[in-house]
Write a protein that binds this ligand. Sequence first.
Ligand code: SF4
Length: 464
Amino acid sequence: MKNSFYLLSLGCPKNLVDSEKLTRRLCLSGLRPTREAEEADTLIVNTCGFIEAARKESIDEILGLAKLKGGKRRLLVFGCLSERYKEELQAALPEVDAMWGVNAEEEIARYMGTSADDASADDASADNTSADNTSADNTSADNTSADNTSADNTSAEARPSTFPYAYLKISEGCRRRCSFCSIPLIRGPLRNYSPETILKEAEDYIRSGTKELILVSQDTASYKVKGFTFSELLKDICSIPGDFWVRVHYLHPSGVDDSILEAMAGEPKVARYLDMPLQHSEQRILRLMSRGGGRRDFTKIINRARKMMPGLAVRTTFIVGFPGESEEEFEGVLDFIEETGFEHAGAFVYSKEEGTGAARLPGQLPKAVKKRRWERFMRAQAAISLEKNKSLIGRGMTALVDETDGKFAIGRLASQAPDVDGVVFIEDEKGALKPGDFARVLVTEAQDYDLRGLSLSLKPAAQG
Ligand code: SF4
């Protein structure tokens, strides 16, 4: 137990990247992570402050872990929630021994008695100063805090490194000011990591056996460093030798131009997966959200992307119950998801966030109305998703195996992102599959979100 720590990571994949960064930093200094809180002498919570439900979950988890305190066990807290509400939390949670905001890995390591010299000097990802302070000069943004996609999916456990995928953060902060979103207030303005830093990290992951790199940020399409764009970054990552997939998360629709779609379509390693948070379909609401666009613009992008990348899965998120959203405007969203047939779509119930423009808008809707709309959305999307899944029955597809247990394995098609989409449960009669294998799977059964299938053979990373 001595010199061990238990890290609970809450919230989105960007938070998970920070948790992994801290874990690596502490491990390099000789500390040991544990799977069970009871086995550790330091308990750490990486908090999420995105919406009310996430804040409540963070506080509940902190209080839960506080019950395990006693003896010399310490409880530390960092992340988005404590970035924004540090003083209030310190006053309300005396059980917590120390608290930091975001980008605090080095300070936490110091507090835990490790010096920077203990850590490998080439651990570039632990170097927050490597984020280039160049903000992209135009285009888009993406609601990555809304990255969690389904409203009931606000947490992710600290991930054991046995999974064959890794999240790679390409920037911090956001240059957008969507009226409902507190992320720019918490994480600050956009700062892109340098291409060299990202490529080195990507190479390290591939060299150590990672089979899927998932590019995340608050605003992926806005990535630009001294004229070097996201499309160029994507091509460079794909040129790393090896058999692996690259998945792109959080493309703000206003940034999805031909250069991005062509870069994705032209690289066989890029998962045929377009993650484009739309938040609404109706122009009036999108204007109030300070996002712009509308159903016609979105349909155009999706049709073009589907044409360029056959078999493409489109993922998005919506906010239901935004201030002033009429019943008719909500029905517009339902029409739109029906008409578009999103492979994956999640919904958030609008949450009034302190300090945001939308919090001051008239027409805040009662909780019951928002909840009813969310439930209708989720029912409608489950039916769409089931139909999409049924269309795969009888087809042979490539899956990346995440976990195995004797004659069963859990994998994902290129159309299924970890943590937010479904999985494929694979019957593997010979017990031959291992995590990290690309397996050929015959899809035999479809559920609302998951699939079942039979293992056919191992094959290289080609999709479809
Ligand atoms: S793009 Fe909008 S929703 Fe996404 S993080 Fe930036 S401000 Fe928030």
